[in-house]
Write a protein that binds this ligand. Structure first.
Ligand SMILES: NC(=O)c1ccc[n+]([C@@H]2O[C@H](COP(=O)([O-])OP(=O)(O)OC[C@H]3O[C@@H](n4cnc5c(N)ncnc54)[C@H](O)[C@@H]3O)[C@@H](O)[C@H]2O)c1
Length: 325
């Protein structure tokens, strides 16, 4: 199997939607030779927009940008034929993923590593039926992929023992923070957390307690700022005062069994609820195009990441490291 550590690699990106385009941009700006394939004839302008966003963001972070840019392949075969790493970013449907893997195995070198962007399928599930399941891992990124450092790495039952170690090094080399998921579970770490918040938010809208904007305000004016730099546990440790985490749990642990949350129950996504959410979201943000929102988001993220860099705190560590690289 290809050893991912070392110099620039040939990277094939299969599926160039939101995530695939972000991967293609990050890998090319970091100096890898990138090809991409997507059966959608209109995929090119979207990918080009993402690459431009990425260039702007990397400039804002004071990161050096390689000169190569992703090139389109006319077929999956042409895309993967000499690839060292194949990044799968097709829609989140098991049958589409498995059909794509079968094609990759038919056309790529048996040495090529395959990394799936799946948000939830376990690698062992994805690798069923593969001739070389040892070369498959999950490398789960976050949107915008060219800017957010986190990538969750997950091995399946058949993944080669040294592949995660190599992948860690490889993804750190493209200015990412690889987080190895210690046990294979559905939806990994970050999406499990996000699902819990998302479910609760849907209930709050469903029950008429808050609008989409109220919920976003509750996050961005408050705990969202804390989360960006310290996460959850470090934040709660401070919330416990000098008694730290133990005192925090003593004080608030009991509240977990109070009826504050609906957690595992999911509100039925009725036409009415979907309409309410979509209308509120239009009222909140409809005066911006998606491209304008992307630009605002990226500028804000760059500013936050730059602010964290001098102390190398949280994501600032990745920013400072990549400046030195
Ligand atoms: N959107 C997110 O925030 C996010 C975050 C992390 C991971 N993911 C995961 O990334 C993957 C892609 O998600 P996305 O949001 O980019 O979806 P998307 O719908 O934006 O893009 C999917 C792309 O795949 C293309 N495609 C469809 N069938 C194909 C095939 N057979 N071969 C090649 N390309 C094909 C489509 O034309 C489309 O451009 C999913 O597994 C998703 O769970 C998404």
């Amino acid at each position: 199997m290809t050893n991912l550590s070392g110099g620039p690699r040939v990277v094939a990106v299969i599926g160039a939607g939101v995530i695939g385009s972000g991967w293609a941009a990050r890998m090319a700006l970091a100096g890898h030779e990138v090809r991409w394939f997507d059966p959608n004839p209109n995929a090119e302008p979207f990918l080009q927009r993402i690459v431009s966003n990425a260039e702007e963001a990397w400039k804002g972070l004071d990161w050096s940008v390689a000169t190569g840019r992703p090139t389109r392949s006319d077929s999956l075969e042409a895309c993967v034929v000499d690839a060292d790493l194949v990044i799968e970013s097709v829609p989140e449907r098991l049958e589409i993923k498995r059909a794509t893997f079968a094609q990759i195995e038919a056309d790529a070198s048996p040495e090529a590593v395959i990394a799936s962007s799946t948000s939830g399928f376990r690698p062992t599930q994805l690798a069923e039926g593969l001739e070389h399941p040892e070369r498959l891992i999950v490398a789960h990124p976050f949107n915008p992929v060219y800017l957010l450092p986190l990538v969750e790495l997950v091995a399946g039952e058949s993944t080669a023992p040294d592949l995660i170690g190599q992948a860690k090094e490889f993804y750190a080399g493209v200015a990412m923070k690889p987080l190895v998921v210690r046990k294979e579970i559905d939806a990994f770490i970050a999406d499990r957390l996000l699902e819990a918040v998302w479910r609760e938010a849907l209930w709050l809208v469903n029950d008429g307690i808050a609008t989409t904007e109220d919920i976003d305000d509750a996050i961005r004016y408050g705990f969202g700022l804390r989360w960006a730099q310290m996460g959850l546990f470090e934040t709660y440790r401070i919330a416990g005062g000098d008694g730290g985490m133990r005192h925090f749990i003593e004080q608030f642990g009991e509240a977990l069994s109070w009826p504050w949350t609906k957690l595992m129950d999911v509100p039925e996504l009725t036409d009415e609820l979907i309409e309410a959410i979509a209308t509120q979201s239009d009222d909140q943000s409809g005066h911006f195009t998606i491209a304008e929102l992307e630009a605002h988001r990226d500028e804000n993220l760059v500013a936050i990441m730059n602010a964290l860099a001098p102390k190398r705190w949280g994501a600032g560590d990745t920013v400072a490291e990549n400046r030195q690289r």
